[in-house]
Design a protein around this ligand. Sequence first.
Ligand SMILES: [Zn+2]
Ligand SMILES: [Zn+2]
Length: 246
Amino acid sequence: MALDAPLVAVLVSAFAMTAIVGVRYLLTSGLFAWITARVRPGHYKGLDRQIRSEIAWSLASAAIYGIPSGVVAWGWREHGWTRIYTDVHDQPLWWLPVSVLVYLLLHDTWFYWTHRWMHRPRVFRIAHAVHHASRPPTAWAAMSFHPTEALTGAVVIPALVLLVPIHVGALGIVLTIMTVMGITNHMGWEMFPRALVHSPLGRWLITASHHQRHHESYRCNYGLYFRHWDHLCGTDAGLSQAFSRP
Ligand SMILES: [Zn+2]
Ligand SMILES: [Zn+2]
């Protein structure tokens, strides 16, 4: 039986997006692993087995992220499903930077609460133990998730583009921040200057120094980009001591 044309188009879009997410992961994690080998030689020594497992889980996650994105991308092209716009004048210009912030804040909120839920002992064993099997995490751990956890992450951007207007370029910025911070927060060293990380602004931002502490202590520092939920809910334990240099 022949598949009908729209179904083939959806499948092709889902497959293409899976390939894009997978290749994006390999290139960007590979780049930051390469930088790590240059600036912190031997930092991932003895972690070869763990890294192979991180890559395998991450590539499986690429499919889980790729499928809903591919379906929504097809719906955008064919049926105008999304609120993504290509003419900057379709919305007021101030919305360009504000939309980036709104997307990051909404994603952060979703992440904070689903992440806390995944630290409930029964859910943790099923959904989140895979991510914490990285001890310590590396640049390859960015998408090292059990499929259940990957699904909670994969639905966020496809759902937001259906609801909140965003210029295609601003969406590109959101996806770049998401990719780079997901990798560098697991990289095992801090790439941002101390002057920023320890500044009043740094108190509200999440970088590797903050997320490393989550991987050390588990029941604190649940946020993704910002620390306000951790501050509000009393779950902020500050920065990892492992990164503090004399
Ligand atoms: Zn993590
Ligand atoms: Zn966790």
